[in-house]
Design a binder for this molecule. Structure first.
Ligand code: NAD
Ligand code: MG
Length: 383
């Protein structure tokens, strides 16, 4: 029996992780559940999973009698406080955005293993987070499907060097759209992801291909690979989850139907593969799998992420912060979709790159990026 904190319990990843906890009650106990503000949903989860500690960033108006048995924490640092109080063996970090960085940092102090979905924590604090994980001997188990695939393929490495990582990309909802149409795509267009059902922010990032850019940076940190050795291949069916190429030209791939409970369960049970009723792959029914090079003319943000990784220091933090502001504005229908890469470009051009030596440096760069992005948007300082 392992105790696990589900940070971001009400989200897409969080609720699917809780499906696995429900499926294996003798193996996992979710002793800590946290969320931002979906209080009714969190109350329901608390009733069902009976954690020791629960947290909400936005305090609710009223806490129902039947969920008062657990210890509640509220406020901006409630996730960190909840982790410190619950001391779980594992933490599944499934908060969206740089808002999850503090939780990942604290999980490395409190837990035996970190299960990482929150890619923005590595994009922004990757060097510091990976250094701390290595120093403390804490495994960082990837939950992002591509990184889980690579992690699984690397089990067959036997000490051999890797020539290249190949990240597959679905291409998002606008994969086959014309450039002018992409610029004016609506929130509804963008949220209609063809293969994955995910939270709003990551679905927008898939459509702009910022997500694949963030994932290159995430892979760089998780697998200590230079950016030049990480390639992206568009694969609309999302069956091949990613690949590793070795020096002899052999390519290992991990395949499966798109279902995040695969990679979430793999991280939760690691190194064991827990039986799970995944829909089996039917190759004859699939008939063919398609692959194409990414189109960086229509999706320019991918190149910006590669550029930011190359520049190093605070450049990935600037890219991420500007993107978070731009995606927020797009989801509120304040800007057309095509403004997202323009806002990232403006922040990368306008904010000087600085070295990152501490988490405080990360937040300083993030704040500067957000200011630049808001200036570009003309929306002042509110969220
Ligand atoms: P989501 O929006 O569905 O859920 C986010 C969760 O985090 C919610 O529980 C929310 O209450 C909480 N949260 C949001 N802002 C917070 C804040 N400021 N402080 C504390 N808690 C906060 O997001 P998601 O799709 O589950 O994605 C979560 C993370 O996992 C993201 O980093 C995403 O890139 C990554 N990821 C998601 C998927 C997927 O299939 N959804 C796949 C791969 C990677
Ligand atoms: Mg992914």
């Amino acid at each position: 029996m392992r105790t696990i904190a589900i940070l971001g319990a009400t989200g897409s990843i969080g609720t699917q992780a809780l499906d696995i906890v429900r499926r294996y009650p003798e193996r996992f106990r979710a002793n800590c559940l946290t969320a931002h503000s979906a209080s009714d949903k969190l109350f329901e989860l608390v009733r069902a999973f009976r954690p020791d500690v629960a947290a909400l960033v936005n305090p609710p108006e009223h806490i129902p009698e039947d969920v008062r048995f657990c210890h509640w924490v509220f406020g901006p640092d409630s996730t960190v406080k909840a982790l410190l109080a619950a001391k779980p063996q594992d933490a599944l970090c499934a908060i969206v955005g740089i808002a999850g960085l503090d939780a990942v940092w604290t999980a490395l102090d409190v837990c035996q293993r970190v299960l990482l979905a929150n890619k923005e924590a590595l994009v922004t604090g990757g060097d510091l987070v990976m250094e701390k994980a290595a120093r403390k001997g804490i495994p960082m188990l990837p939950v992002d499907s591509e990184h889980s695939a690579i992690f699984q393929c690397l089990q067959g490495r036997q000490g051999n060097p890797v020539r290249r990582l190949l990240l597959t990309a679905s291409g998002g909802a606008l994969r086959s759209w014309k450039k002018e149409a992409i610029y004016n795509a609506t929130v509804k267009d963008v949220l209609a992801h063809p293969t994955w059902n995910m939270g709003g922010k990551i679905t927008v990032d898939c459509a702009s291909m910022v997500n694949k850019g963030l994932e290159i940076i995430e892979a760089h940190h998780l697998f200590q690979m230079p950016g030049e050795k990480i390639d992206v291949v568009v694969h609309p069916q999302s069956i091949v989850h990613s690949m590793v190429e070795f020096e002899d030209g052999a390519v290992l791939a991990q395949l499966g139907n798109p279902d995040m409970r695969g990679p979430i369960g793999y991280a939760m049970g690691y190194p064991e593969r827990m039986p799970y009723e995944a829909r089996p792959l039917d190759f004859a029914a699939l008939g063919h799998l398609d692959f194409a090079a990414p189109d960086t003319d229509r999706f320019p943000a991918l190149l910006m992420a590669i550029e930011a990784l190359k520049a190093g220091g605070s450049a990935p933090v600037i890219l991420n912060g500007a993107n978070e502001v731009a995606v927020g504005a797009f989801l509120k229908e304040r800007i057309p979709f095509g403004r997202i890469p323009e806002i990232i470009r403006a922040a990368l051009d306008g904010v000087p790159v600085a070295p990152i030596r501490s988490i405080a440096d990360v937040y300083a760069a993030d704040a500067a990026a957000r200011r630049a992005a808001r200036r570009e948007l003309g929306i002042g300082n509110e969220e």
